[in-house]
Design a binder for this molecule. Structure first.
Ligand code: AMP
Ligand code: MG
Length: 333
């Protein structure tokens, strides 16, 4: 792998690969020093730093090559901490937090002044979440500050779901990756904000579905597509993409010119006209949760095969498939 030239004066670890381990203490010490550390969550691995330290936050953006208009989610340990960072924790937000935290749901609330505008990309709201991962919850409990943590991948590329994915792409730029095993959910959190009347709006789809949210707080709008100046840049269409072009076809499509340089990402069945060596099934038993856990790792494997094109089909008629179909659409060209 080519050595990355990176001008980060604070990083003595340049040109060395990050240590991967399970030492919460070590992760905590580095974060207290203002360093950026890879952390596990149930959704995807995060690139974490002290959310209240603007230098540390700036390093997250540099390491990811993330545009400054894309706000970071702030991770907290306990629901009682919401009011430290949000100026208003209204009834519907409380209900959603109580129903789904710790878990793959981010709530967008009016921010307090202690959250830097660099974290929120200038917005006066902050995305807050309690992740459901024992190592990271333990880490958050030990820290005297919350953790800003976007997904630990270069901007626009596939999100990481094991520690090694983080090391492969960002290992030379960070000192430590806390290894919490494979992510149990596998796609990014559902992001819910609120309109002026405090009615919920889904900004990004996740494994906590519209149905699940409406059961708790009633009628919810979905507003997840925006080309420019997005409320939630998880809305950007070209997100989460492999380098090899990914194209969506209908599952019974046989009009394409398939070759031995064609790949296929299937849900539960192989494509009959594509070489099976070039195919991965997300869940042979048709389990949507297993498929979500396998999505990004499978895209990475197919991407490494150096194929001309990877085809996939949207998952039809399976409850809970919205988030996967959303990510497939965004990753496709
Ligand atoms: P990532 O952690 O890489 O999945 O990215 C975090 C995402 O959270 C951003 O891309 C936004 O979609 C969303 N987000 C964070 N803070 C806010 C906010 N204040 N308002 C709207 N969306 C937010
Ligand atoms: Mg991301």
């Amino acid at each position: 792998m080519a050595k990355v030239e990176y001008d980060l004066k604070t990083y003595i670890c340049q040109h060395m690969s990050a240590e991967i381990g399970t030492d919460i203490q070590k992760a905590a010490e580095l974060l207290i020093e203002g360093k950026v550390v890879g952390i596990p969550t149930e959704t995807v691995y995060g690139l974490a730093a002290n959310a209240l330290n603007t230098d540390a936050v700036a390093d997250i953006f540099r390491i990811k090559n993330r545009p400054d208009f894309d706000p970071l989610i702030v991770h907290i340990a306990d629901i009682s901490q919401v009011e430290l960072y949000a100026s208003l924790f209204h009834e519907k937000a409380v209900k959603l937090a109580e129903a789904f935290w710790p878990g793959p749901l981010t709530l967008v609330l009016p921010k307090r002044n202690n959250i830097p505008f660099s974290v929120t990309s200038g917005l006066d709201t902050v995305g807050l979440r309690i992740p459901r991962h024992s190592l990271t919850l333990e880490l958050l409990k030990q820290l005297p500050f919350p953790l800003a943590a976007p997904s630990a991948n270069p901007f626009g590329y596939i999100s990481p779901t094991i520690a090694q994915h983080v090391a492969d792409q960002l290992g030379e730029l960070i000192p430590y990756i806390l290894d919490g095993g494979p992510c149990t959910v596998g796609v990014e959190s559902t992001i819910v904000g609120f309109d002026k009347s405090f009615n919920p709006v889904i900004y990004r789809k996740g494994m906590i579905t519209l149905n699940m949210i409406e059961r708790v707080v009633g009628k919810t709008q979905v507003f997840t597509h925006s080309q420019s100046n997005p409320q939630a840049p998880g809305m950007l269409t070209s997100h989460y993409a492999p380098r090899t072009p990914l194209k969506i076809i209908s599952s019974n499509d046989n009009t394409n010119n398939f070759s031995n340089r064609t790949g296929f990402l299937g849900f539960d069945a192989y494509h009959p006209l594509i070489p099976q060596n070039n195919q991965i099934l997300l869940s042979p038993s048709g389990d949507i949760f297993e498929a979500a856990r396998n999505l990004y790792a499978s895209l990475r494997i197919l991407d490494k095969l150096g194929l001309d094109v990877i085809y996939c089909s949207l998952i039809i008629g399976i409850p809970g498939a919205e988030a996967l179909n959303d990510r497939l659409r965004r990753a496709s060209v």
